[in-house]
Design a protein around this ligand. Sequence first.
Ligand code: DXP
Ligand SMILES: NCC(=O)COP(=O)(O)O
Length: 237
Amino acid sequence: MTKLSVNINKIATLRNARGGNVPDLLQVAKDIERFGGQGITIHPRPDERHIRYQDARDLKSIVTTEFNIEGNPERKFIDLVLEVKPTQVTLVPDADDAITSNAGWNTIKHQDYLKEIIQEFQRNGIRTSIFVDPVLEMIEGAKKTGTERIELYTEAFAHEYSLGNRTGINPYIESAKLANELDLGINAGHDLSLDNIQFFQQNIPGLLEVSIGHALISESLYLGLENVVNMYLNKLK
Ligand SMILES: CC(=O)[C@@H](O)[C@H](O)COP(=O)(O)O
Ligand SMILES: NCC(=O)COP(=O)(O)O
């Protein structure tokens, strides 16, 4: 079975646009779990433009499923994760000014660095995952860091799929096979959506978890819009 972890960054983006507490991030997290979501993912960024560090602390007592915190392991991020102690931390090599995540780790070049940080999280009982492109050398390098899981960066697959190209899945299949051989757990995320998720899941052996945010929240707006417009029209009769 593949678990669905819902990334709620976009809920925080909407909330922050007005400065109040609408939508209520904590209530949304509770509702996602009530609707069957099997995890909550957040990706606080250094500028706190969506998820704030305080949100991570507040969510700790709210989330009853799997809590996954993603981010670049700068000292401030490491300290936050050690304080909150989520189920899983996913390390992502983002530049501070990145619009969104745009690359996986070079697990060969940064092997010692990753190894050290991963040990620190594991000593504190936090499962680790590292964000990687579907490149065999990077999967082998990931294994050597000591991480329990990898998160396959699926932007390239999603892009190819949107163009009608189904062969974009191939590097992910090969990477997943190798990860399975190496006993690395497999997560995946970025630009997964209602359009592409079934094809991806059916082709990737041993896919444990997907984290989905941007498309899922956009789809929730599209699919809820008719209902809400009609509710307003009823009020205005
Ligand atoms: C690692 C990854 O792919 C996601 O966490 C994504 O980066 C979400 O972050 P944003 O919501 O800031 O785009
Ligand atoms: N790890 C990926 C994630 O949390 C969500 O990415 P996206 O669906 O917002 O592209």
